[in-house]
Design a protein around this ligand. Structure first.
Ligand SMILES: O=c1ccn([C@H]2C[C@H](O)[C@@H](COP(=O)(O)OP(=O)(O)OP(=O)(O)O)O2)c(=O)[nH]1
Length: 151
């Protein structure tokens, strides 16, 4: 099985534990807000914030970590990740942060220890890019953006 190594940030609350899969078949492991000294982070409607997880990580080469919203928070409170899926590169060694946005109508309180997002480990392919004079023809051609109908 693939290993993702984590390092706790100085001052982080280690009692919160590492990200964890909540069920056997879960694709995403839940990430927790980790800011023991700040109490709560208040997200006003329309506002966004970079929420610390207290962690740094080492994603194996050939993989990435995607940060995705939790559907429960999205449906109930309109809490989204504006850059979803957030991309964590395999060569990144800085603090793991979650950009959270309140697209709901009410202020939302993010508490220390709250499960704020989920991380999915996924394979990535780095391609070689080349410029050519013409592209292979297809039945679709340039059709897109609803060319087959929108309903
Ligand atoms: O939600 C996120 C998105 C990114 N990152 C970290 C890990 C990632 O590897 C790094 C860079 O992210 P990205 O490539 O999305 O940022 P950028 O705006 O393109 O900045 P850069 O020029 O540093 O790549 O920031 C996070 O901690 N959380």
């Amino acid at each position: 099985m693939l290993t993702v190594a984590f390092q706790w940030e100085e001052g982080a609350d280690r009692a919160l534990g590492l990200p964890a899969y909540e069920t056997d078949g879960a694709a995403g492991a839940d990430l927790r807000a980790n800011f023991p000294d700040r109490g709560v982070v208040m997200l006003e409607p329309g506002a966004r914030a970079l929420v610390p997880t207290g962690l740094r990580l080492m994603v194996p080469a050939g993989y990435e970590v995607q940060l995705r919203p939790r559907s429960g928070l999205a449906l109930k409170y309109g809490i989204t990740l504006p850059n979803s899926p957030g991309t964590i590169d395999s060569d990144y060694r800085g603090p793991l942060g979650v950009i959270m946005m309140n697209a709901g109508e009410e202020p939302f309180e993010i508490e220390h220890g709250a499960r704020i997002a989920q991380m999915v480990v996924a394979p990535v392919v780095q391609a070689r890019f080349e410029a050519v004079e013409s592209l292979e023809a297809t039945a679709r051609g340039a059709g897109g953006f609803g060319s087959t109908g929108v309903r």
